[in-house]
Design a protein around this ligand. Structure first.
Ligand SMILES: *Cc1c(COP(=O)(O)O)cnc(C)c1O
Length: 216
């Protein structure tokens, strides 16, 4: 597939859902992809990218930003507190705020640095032990805690369990966001972004469908 094809499918899904064109942000997930593939997508004009590891992004994006200063970079993987400062300097958005200790650290660093990326809270909608994210039952309290820390929470993010119907998880995430007055919904990947858009996604994170399969 290609960027053009995915952009067209996003637009068609917006129309099918009765939503305005451009209401969904396509985050091109470039983790593990070779630089040539990333460069090709930049040359096509795309500027919004997602990475799941701070270290990998720190090696890759400062170089690209010398040519493309308007790159908009999203962290979509788990963040250790000892990498929080580096992440805040590198990323425009952090989508993986998942625990009180990280929220406290981000708030302290925001004071120190005088700026803070936009934030999404990751919700572990499948309540999977190995997966990051706040549990659905704790989400409302955590949103309130982040707001009390003055953190700029834009929305919620989830990664549904691989073997389950993603629509149920997208609907749950949308419900939690709505009752907390949050407008951002980061949900949907290569295999299910159209379903996510039908259920209100404002951000879809698409990797392999744009860049091809990742070879680890
Ligand atoms: C890798 C990754 C994606 C993209 O997955 P694809 O199936 O390649 O589209 C989306 N979200 C997160 C959190 C990821 O780690």
């Amino acid at each position: 597939m290609s960027l053009q094809e995915i952009t067209a499918r996003v637009a068609a899904a917006e129309t099918a859902a009765g939503r305005p064109n451009g209401s969904v942000t396509l985050v091109a997930v470039s983790k593990v992809q070779p630089d040539e593939r990333v460069a090709a997508v930049l040359e096509e004009g795309h500027r919004i990218f997602g990475e799941n590891r701070v270290q990998e992004a720190a090696g890759k994006w400062p170089g690209f930003r010398e040519t493309y200063a308007d790159v908009d970079l999203h962290l979509i993987g788990p963040l250790q507190t000892n990498k929080a400062r580096q992440a805040m300097e590198l990323f425009n958005t952090i989508q993986s705020v998942d625990r009180p200790k990280l929220a406290t650290t981000l708030a302290r660093l925001a004071q120190e640095l005088g700026h803070c990326p936009e934030l999404f809270i990751q919700v572990n909608t499948g309540e999977e032990e190995q997966k990051a994210g706040i549990l659905p039952a704790d989400a409302d309290a955590f949103v309130a805690e982040c707001r009390a820390l003055d953190l700029p929470i834009k929305g919620l993010m989830c990664i549904p369990p691989v073997e389950e119907e993603p629509a149920l998880h997208f609907a749950l995430l949308a419900k939690i966001a709505e009752r907390n007055g949050l407008s951002g919904l980061s949900m949907g990947m290569s295999g299910d972004f159209e379903t996510a858009i039908a259920l209100g996604a404002t951000h879809v994170r698409v990797g392999s469908a744009i860049f091809g399969a990742r070879s680890y």
